[in-house]
Design a protein around this ligand. Structure first.
Ligand code: BGC
Length: 340
C-alpha cells in the first residue's frame, strides 16, 4: 500500500502547484470585433518578405477588428529586430510574430512579452528555446536536404560547390546548410566554402563573384536565402559561365522564376511565405479571442514539447519542367502569383 502523504509533503505540493500557476503566463483575451493589433517582424527588405506581409494583411482583412503592424529592417539586423520587438510590447500590441535573425538574442524580449500576457509565435525561422508558443513555416532541415539531393542529381554526384547564405545565426539558414551537407555526404560533391552576406544584396553578388574567381572549376552554387540564387545567377552570367555552373537555391519570387525560365537557375526550393503570414495571423487572432490552450489543442500541438510545436507550411522543388504545374498548385491553395 502507498504511504499517505505527510502534511509537510502535501503543503509543498500545494505551494509548488500554486507557484506553477503564477509562473505560467496568463494571456489576455479579447472578443472578436474588439480592436486586435497583431505585429509582424521580418528579417530584411525583399520580395520574399513582401509576400509574408501580404499574407498577414490578407488574413487580417478577413478577421473582425484585426490590424497589422509590420516591420522589416533593410538587411539582417538583430539589434533592430530586438528593439522593434520591445517597442511593440511597450505599445501593448495583442500578439507578435517574428522571424528571428538570431534566436539567442531575441529570447529575453520574448520572455518579457509572454510575461506581459502577449502571445508570441515565430515564422520563417524558429527560436525553439525562447518560450515562443509555436513556429509557422518550412521544415528547414528537410528542405535543405531536398536541395542537397537535387544538387546531387544536377551535378551527377560530383564537383565543387560553394554555399552562399544570408545568415550564420538564423536557425533556418543553419538547418538548411546542415540538411544540404547531410544529403551530399558520401558523394563526390565537395563543399569548398561558405559565404555570408547578412542579407545584403550587393554583398551577395560580391560573394558569388569571389567564389567564381577563387574556384575556376566550381560546378555549383547552393543559394540558401532568397537573395542568393539570383545573385549567383547574375555573377555566373557576368563571368560568362551560364550553363557551366549550376545553381540550386531557395524561393520562388518573380525574379527566381524568370531565372529558372532562362535556365540560369536549375532548381529552387519553393517555400510558402504568403501562407506563413496568413496562418500566423489567423493563429494569433484565435489565441487572443479563444485562448492559447484551445488553439494548441485544435492544432494538435498541445501534447508536444513546446520546442517541437510546428505548423508546417510545406515546400516544393521547382524546375523549368514543373513551373507551370507549380503555378496552378499555388493558385489552388489560394496563394496569389505575381510577376511571372
Ligand atoms: C528565408 C528568409 C530570408 C529571405 C531573404 C528566405 O529564403 O527563408 O529567412 O530572410 O530568404 O533573404
Amino acid at each position: 500500500m502507498r504511504k499517505p502523504l505527510s502534511w509537510a509533503t502535501a503543503l509543498c505540493l500545494l505551494i509548488g502547484s500554486a507557484l506553477l500557476l503564477v509562473a505560467a503566463p496568463a494571456f489576455k483575451t479579447k472578443k472578436p470585433g474588439e480592436k486586435i493589433v497583431l505585429a509582424g517582424i521580418g528579417k530584411s527588405i525583399h520580395a520574399y518578405w513582401r509576400e509574408v506581409e501580404l499574407g498577414m494583411r490578407a488574413a487580417a482583412k478577413k478577421l473582425k477588428g484585426c490590424q497589422v503592424r509590420w516591420f522589416v529592417p533593410p538587411k539582417e539586423d538583430v539589434r533592430a529586430q530586438v528593439a522593434t520587438f520591445e517597442s511593440f510590447v511597450a505599445q501593448g500590441v495583442d500578439g507578435i510574430v517574428i522571424g528571428p535573425s538570431n534566436p539567442a538574442a531575441i529570447k529575453g524580449a520574448v520572455q518579457k512579452a509572454l510575461k506581459a500576457g502577449i502571445p508570441v509565435i515565430t515564422f520563417d525561422t524558429d527560436a525553439p528555446d525562447s518560450g515562443r508558443l509555436l513556429y509557422v513555416g518550412t521544415d528547414n532541415y528537410k528542405a535543405g536536404y531536398e536541395a542537397g539531393k537535387t544538387m546531387v542529381k544536377v551535378l551527377g554526384g560530383k564537383g565543387k560547390v560553394a554555399i552562399c547564405t544570408g545568415s550564420l545565426t538564423a536557425l533556418n539558414s543553419v538547418q538548411r546548410m546542415e540538411g544540404f551537407k547531410a544529403a551530399v555526404k558520401g558523394t563526390q560533391i565537395q563543399i569548398v566554402e561558405t559565404y555570408n552576406d547578412n542579407e545584403d544584396r550587393a554583398k551577395a553578388l560580391a560573394n558569388a563573384q569571389a567564389a567564381l574567381q577563387r574556384y575556376p572549376d566550381l560546378a555549383g552554387f547552393f543559394g540558401v536565402y532568397a537573395f542568393n540564387g539570383p545573385a549567383c545567377a547574375q555573377a555566373v552570367k557576368m563571368m560568362g559561365k551560364a550553363g557551366k555552373v549550376k545553381i540550386v537555391c531557395f524561393d520562388t519570387t518573380a525574379e527566381h522564376m524568370q531565372l529558372i525560365r532562362q535556365g540560369l537557375i536549375t532548381a529552387t526550393v519553393g517555400q510558402r511565405p504568403f501562407m506563413m503570414g496568413y496562418r500566423s495571423t489567423e493563429i494569433l487572432y484565435r489565441m487572443v479571442t479563444e485562448g492559447v490552450e484551445k488553439v494548441l489543442r485544435d492544432l494538435k500541438l498541445d501534447k508536444l514539447p513546446p520546442e517541437k510545436r510546428h505548423v508546417d507550411t510545406g515546400i516544393d522543388v521547382v524546375t523549368k519542367e514543373n513551373m507551370e504545374a507549380y503555378r496552378r498548385q499555388l493558385l489552388k491553395l489560394g496563394i496569389p502569383v505575381q510577376g511571372w
